[in-house]
Write a protein that binds this ligand. Structure first.
Ligand code: 5RP
Length: 218
């Protein structure tokens, strides 16, 4: 399913485009597919990665990289942890890369999300990833609790310490009722010490891999 939607997304890329390269397993398949198209069709395409992981994959699959310092993004292709069916609001950051993802995705002329149908929900309920400066984790958790959330520090797999992001920060995952995603996205970002949260409310299009084929939501 993930591969099917990744291939479909790769078809959206045209010669000369600057492409935001998302993170996660679905985006990784897209990066591989794009690399194959660049090689086979001799396309001139540049990538702007959203994580260390996507940078390494782009290098591996022969996608030349540029940065936001010099280029605008024509199209960004990225995965998601959850997509709300009616609004197309997302939760991202399961991989802890949502800060750079949001910078690249929100600044793209077109932001396209690629998911399999298991990610489509009637209402967002996935814990919201919040990237915080390490010095601020305790006070940010307190504020999130005051807002009605249940925050936990994301721990590294062997649980010897916290997950550290590409930017040297920590991730707090907060479970909370999301009634107004647009307001909550700003409200969480207003807490001093928060770098960025994983609520995404500006999405152009979602490609969904279903058993019957690819469906487009917009
Ligand atoms: C990483 C992300 C990913 O896009 C999200 O976690 C989905 O990943 P996958 O395609 O592996 O399910 O937001 O920060």
């Amino acid at each position: 399913m993930k591969l099917k939607v990744a291939k479909e997304a790769a078809k959206l890329i045209k010669d000369g485009m600057v492409v935001g390269l998302g993170s996660g397993s679905t985006a990784a398949m897209f990066i591989r597919e794009l690399g194959s198209r660049i090689e086979e069709e001799e396309l001139t395409v540049f990538g702007i990665p959203t994580s260390f992981e996507s940078k390494m994959l782009a290098l591996q699959y022969g996608i030349p990289l540029v940065s936001l310092d010099e280029y605008d993004v024509d199209i960004a292709i990225d995965g998601a942890d959850e997509v709300e069916k009616e609004t197309l609001f997302l939760i991202k950051g399961g991989g802890g890369c949502h800060t750079m993802e949001k910078i690249v995705d929100y600044n793209a002329k077109e932001f396209v999300v690629i998911v399999d149908e298991s990610k489509i929900k009637n209402k967002l309920s996935y814990p919201i990833p919040v990237e915080v400066l390490p010095q601020a984790y305790r006070v940010v958790m307190k504020k999130l609790k005051d807002m009605g959330g249940e925050p936990i520090i994301r721990l590294a797999e062997r649980k010897r310490g916290p997950v550290i992001t590409d930017n040297g920060n920590m991730i707090i995952d907060v479970s909370m009722e999301i009634d107004d995603a647009v307001s909550l996205e700003s409200e969480i970002n207003n807490i001093p010490g928060v770098v960025e949260n994983g609520i995404f409310t500006k999405v152009d299009k979602v490609l969904v891999a279903t058993k019957k084929g690819i469906k487009t939501l917009k």
